[in-house]
Design a protein around this ligand. Structure first.
Ligand SMILES: [Zn+2]
Length: 248
């Protein structure tokens, strides 16, 4: 959405919040700076199940997601983005709550999202560190929950405006939630299938991608890889574009 994005571009970057200790119950502010580029998937790697039929087509709804991401008439774009981020967070949190018992320091010692793709966390000393996936995801979810609870970031009372930093903040949120999706698809798709939730999960992710694309919240370099070689869920996104589920 050009209106929303034009605000985002015109605003300065969000100031860094006060430093917090890096413990499993708190989150440092995820940085988008100095991240290593996504590494392309090895050509010899087997095709992940989520790209295979019939799973790639599994969905709760048929058709294109464009209509459900459009800004409703008379709705404020900030309000619309805030509501949707809240819903995406709640839904991912529910999925992760169910899958968490399979995502441990032993099964997932890194925040992996593909054969050669591990996301790193920028710690309070601005160092890029590898974290076990459950720790990484806990940091993300705690950080987002704290933002959602913060009236200065997600105002809920009438008469309170969104901060000028809101567009920049939600882009950070989107980037981290995308990584959580990427890890769950890569490392826990078997469990999603076991729960027969692939239709729910695909629909949630397709909605998330469509919304992110519409309001320019997605930073695709995490899943883009080299030209012509998308990594992890980047391949799923490409596939859904081919299938007409998502806009190209
Ligand atoms: Zn995991």
């Amino acid at each position: 959405m050009s209106f929303f994005n034009s605000i985002g571009r015109s605003m300065q970057r969000a100031p860094r919040p006060p430093r917090r200790s890096t413990t499993p119950t708190s989150a440092t502010f995820p940085s988008t700076e100095n991240l290593p580029p996504a590494t392309p998937t090895s050509p010899s790697a087997p095709k992940p199940l989520y790209l295979c039929s019939p799973f790639v087509e599994a969905a709760l709804v048929k058709g294109n997601f464009k209509t459900i991401v459009m800004l409703p008439k008379y709705a404020d774009v900030m309000e619309w983005v805030a509501c949707n981020i809240f819903d995406f967070y709640q839904n991912i949190n529910l999925f992760y709550g169910v899958l968490a018992e399979c995502c441990t320091q032993q099964t997932c010692p890194t925040m992996s999202a593909g054969p050669n793709l591990n996301y790193t966390w920028i710690n309070q000393d601005r160092k890029s560190v590898q974290l076990p996936a459950p720790t990484y995801i806990d940091y993300v979810m705690t950080w987002v929950q704290n933002l959602l609870d913060d009236e200065n970031v997600f105002p809920t009372k009438s008469g309170r405006d969104f901060s000028p930093n809101f567009p920049s903040t939600v882009k950070h949120v989107y980037r981290q939630l995308l990584r959580v999706f990427a890890h769950l698809y890569h490392a826990h798709y078997q469990q999603i299938l076991h729960l027969r939730s692939e239709g729910h999960f695909n629909s949630l992710f397709a909605h998330f991608l469509a919304f992110g694309k519409e309001y320019e919240l997605l930073e695709v370099k995490d899943i883009k890889g080299q030209p012509g070689a998308p990594v992890g869920v980047g391949s799923l996104w490409e596939k859904w574009k081919e299938m007409g589920i998502l806009e190209s």
